[in-house]
Write a protein that binds this ligand. Structure first.
Ligand code: IMP
Length: 418
């Protein structure tokens, strides 16, 4: 199918990088439409582990052109680090990367502001909220503005000076900023050649019937409008973000894959109905290595929340799902699935993104037997233990969308098609 989109169904960290990587073999173009260096997509290839923050995972596939769309906020410093890292690992990115002219730029000022103010939400401190804030206030710096550095640099220097004078709140971060600003200019100089018209590139690809992969970052429940605001990111990871974030008509998407982890995790603050603060939660965290790929923060863990999953399927219109990290549940005797919510003993309808309502709910669980067998070496889905198949079928039924792929380990080949 020419256009496939992959979107996280939970609070991010669903394992999108791995699924995207398996799809990329057939892709001519891969594009990101939102977010920035707050993302951390881990892809394991043989003895090498790649953590991609801003580049689409398609970069690991020679011949795949990678686009950073207008809806992204691009951090030049982190971007050149990522390019250098990939080069060290033997990946040739030359001629395969294009950054949208109109993507907004994350400056050292944004990162300082995020460090100073991101505590309540527990953001990734990558400057995402402040950069999108400047975009909404129409005072942001865009990728084509970086070309000014190659000229006089005056416009950008003036912009940064104004931003630096802006608030007392970042005053204590100013020392750090001075050195970071130098790095910012050096990095910006290195990426100006990569800036181009990604909308035109994508439209040409579409017209030529090329295979295009669209990669979401973060997840549905972190969407600025549809997630658990204010405990969200500042962009639109859901399907609606693709239209504006890439200039691609939503009707041109043929296949929309929702990614769900076989249990739930959340990093940062905010409501999480199925969170387990007991030893079961700790076991999921340990066995699932649930530590942030970008910040190293421990992820909060809990059982699969089918109420939230159904909501994610509804608002995105997923045509199929992929379930990741099933193998992490291999040794559990019993597995719980949240099938409904209650408030004061009374059932409440579906998922509500209104935080005050979500904070009140108690999950209603269904108990399923575990399979107590290793699944990570399996080569085909028909070899899955019957309890594992029953678990997958139940999740499908509750979510209302078929599960077509199940990931059973971090390696590329550890994936089963259903
Ligand atoms: P920000 O995107 O850095 O502004 O962070 C806002 C919220 O989204 C925080 O709770 C972060 O932990 C969360 N978040 C941002 N990016 C990711 C991600 O890639 N995976 C999981 N959580 C994320």
């Amino acid at each position: 199918m020419p256009v496939t989109a992959v979107i996280g169904g939970q609070w991010g960290d669903e394992g999108k990088g791995k699924i995207v990587d398996t799809l990329c073999d057939e892709m001519d173009l891969a594009a990101r439409y939102q977010g920035g260096a707050n993302a951390g997509h881990t892809v394991k290839v043989k003895d090498k582990t790649f953590i991609l923050h801003q580049l689409p995972s398609g970069i690991l596939h020679p011949g795949c052109i990678c686009l950073l769309g207008p809806g992204m906020v691009v951090d030049p410093i982190a971007f050149v680090e990522e390019l250098d890292q990939l080069r060290k690992l033997g990946i040739d990115t030359a001629g395969r990367v294009q950054i949208s002219l109109t993507a907004h730029i994350v400056t050292p000022v944004h990162k300082a502001m995020d460090r100073a103010t991101g505590g309540v939400i527990d953001t990734t401190r990558r400057g995402i909220g402040p950069a999108y804030g400047d975009k909404a206030r129409r005072i942001g710096i865009r990728a084509f503005d970086l070309q000014d550095i190659a000229g006089t640099g005056k416009f950008l220097v003036d912009r940064l000076k104004i931003a630096l004078q802006q608030g007392e709140v970042i005053a204590k971060e100013l020392d750090d900023i001075t050195t970071e600003v130098e790095r910012f200019f050096a990095a910006a100089l290195r990426i100006t050649d990569l800036v181009g018209d990604t909308i035109a590139t994508l439209q040409e690809g579409l017209a030529a019937g090329k295979n295009i992969l669209i990669e979401g970052a973060q997840g549905t429940l972190l969407d600025l409008d549809l997630g658990t605001y204010p405990f969200v990111t500042s962009s639109h990871p859901t399907v609606g973000g693709i239209g504006t974030g890439l200039g691609l008509p939503p009707g041109s998407i043929d296949r929309l894959v929702g990614i769900f982890k076989a249990y739930t995790t959340r990093v940062g603050a905010g409501p999480f109905p199925t969170e387990l603060t007991d030893e079961v939660g700790q076991r999921l965290q340990k066995e699932g290595s649930e530590f942030g790929a970008t910040t190293g923060r421990p992820r909060r863990c809990g059982w699969f929340d089918a109420v939230a999953a159904r909501y994610a399927c509804q608002v995105n219109g997923f045509t199929e799902l992929a379930l990741t990290k099933l193998d992490i549940l291999d040794n559990f005797e019993t597995i719980m699935v949240c099938t409904g919510y209650e408030v004061n003993g009374e059932r409440v309808p579906g998922f509500s993104a209104a935080v005050h309502a979500l904070e009140q709910v108690t999950p209603v669980y269904e108990r399923l037997p575990g399979w107590r067998k290793s699944t990570s070496g399996l080569k085909s889905a028909d070899k899955l233990p019957k309890q594992a198949r029953a678990y997958i079928s139940r999740l499908e039924e509750l979510a209302g969308v078929p599960i077509k792929q199940v990931s059973i380990g971090a390696e590329r080949h550890q994936i089963l098609s259903l």
